[in-house]
Design a protein around this ligand. Structure first.
Ligand code: ATP
Ligand code: MG
Length: 394
């Protein structure tokens, strides 16, 4: 790959670069955005690397947020309030596989050398339109290769997350992991056990969201030995309805599709949020589908699964690539506003108390019996009809 004459860099980023350079510092565009632009794929924000120390960056700009100050990253807010990451050239002086102690005062070349893969270690000067690519990142972009910068085993031992990042980039870009990097990743994979669950989860979710095909990410996790450490439940399953990469992908749902009944335990291990774990529990609890497709059965099923109904439909779509046969009936029921829960009945507990029914478990049971009747016959869901029915049943 030959570098283009110049890259289109947003004016806001150019302004940051000018301010840094006019104050006597270097400012280079680095990281994923440069990689993605060279590939011509949609990518994220352009990060800047600079010789300015974090305190100097904070002094030079009016509005800054110390988003990763321990690693030298300051977010500079532009006029519109949008953040742009500016990271001080650094090298890692001490690493233990999960954290790094960083030192500033590094050169651009040293900063590029501490980066994970050659394709992520290319720098572009946005004002002088110069390129720096000391590790052959452009050639690897052309060859569709993920290759570690430097000795791969050593780089993985410094930060085991890099193994998972290699898999994510390979699955997202449709690249192959270079044989030496792959061999080291397999050898070092047991070290993944020392990572924090949060970092692994973020990587797993991001990988599922961005993979061209989630199945490829699953194969890579299994083949490299990452699944054995963190996700032994992970099964090779076709996901014909996973959809295209992007925000539409739902990593919790995909994790359920890929780990089945073990999904709640998997998400707990990955320290997912309580809401995400509860979602997986509700999906796994089922029943996944109504026993037949007539509206009464579908209504009863909607009442049984409650808010998980939409997840059941979505999971079916992911696993089978199309709508389940009962989705149309479920949609009709929801659109019509048929009651499928106590709270959507035309009467509530207070109404029953005015009928002289004592508050307590019997009142709850009566509401459930009313719901039973309404599930069979939605036309009963009117206040006066339910009140007279309640009198009969009480
Ligand atoms: P994306 O934003 O699409 O995930 P990215 O390459 O921009 O991809 P970031 O996590 O945003 O990834 O990191 C920005 C850059 O910082 C990377 O391109 C890489 O150069 C470097 N980097 C990030 N994480 C690591 C790491 N664990 N080890 C070494 N370098 C890293
Ligand atoms: Mg990025």
């Amino acid at each position: 790959m030959t570098f283009p004459e110049r890259l289109e860099i947003p004016e806001t980023v150019l302004e940051l670069a000018r301010t840094l350079e006019q104050a006597g510092h270097e400012a280079w565009c680095v990281g994923g955005a440069i990689r993605d632009r060279l590939l011509g794929v949609p990518g994220g924000d352009v990060d800047l690397a600079t010789s300015a120390k974090p305190e100097e960056v904070q002094r030079l700009f009016r509005r800054t947020v110390p988003v990763g100050i321990r690693f030298g990253t300051v977010a500079v807010l532009d006029r519109a309030g949008a953040p742009h990451e500016v990271t001080t050239f650094r090298h890692d002086v001490e690493t233990d596989g999960r954290h790094a102690v960083v030192r500033y005062g590094a050169s651009l070349e040293e900063d590029l050398a501490r980066r994970d893969f050659t394709i992520n270690a290319i720098a572009y000067h946005p004002l002088r339109h110069e390129w720096r690519d000391p590790f052959g990142g452009a050639a690897d972009l052309s060859a569709n290769l993920i290759r570690a910068v430097g000795d791969p085993a050593q780089r993985f031992r410094e930060d085991y997350l890099r193994i998972l990042r290699a898999l994510r980039f390979a699955a997202r870009l449709g690249f192959v992991v270079d044989p030496a990097t792959w061999a080291a990743a397999r050898t070092e994979a047991p070290g993944l056990a020392g990572l924090s669950a949060e970092r692994v989860r973020d990587e797993w979710f991001k990988g599922l969201r961005t993979a061209a095909e989630p199945e490829r990410l699953v194969s890579l996790w299994r083949e490299v030995g990452a699944a054995a450490v963190w996700l032994p439940e992970l099964a090779e399953r076709a996901l014909p309805g996973a959809g295209g990469a992007g925000e539409g992908r739902d990593p919790v749902l995909l994790t359920v599709a890929l780990t089945g009944p073990q999904a709640p335990a998997v998400l707990r291990r990955l320290r997912a949020s309580n809401a995400e774990i509860a979602r997986a529990e509700a999906i796994v609890r089922g029943p996944a589908a109504p026993a037949s497709f007539d509206e009464t059965t579908v209504r009863r099923w909607l009442a049984a699964v409650g808010p998980a109904a939409a997840d059941h439909v979505a999971l079916h779509r992911v696993e089978h690539g199309g709508e389940p046969a009962w989705a149309a009936a479920a949609r009709r029921i929801v659109a019509r506003g048929d009651a499928t829960s106590r709270s959507t009945l035309a009467v509530n507990g207070a109404d029953l108390i005015t009928l002289g029914i004592a508050p307590g478990p019997a009142l709850g049971a009566l509401l459930d019996r009313l719901l039973e009747r309404v599930l069979d016959d939605p036309s009963l869901n009117q206040r006066d009809r339910l009140l007279s029915l309640a009198r009969e049943l009480a």
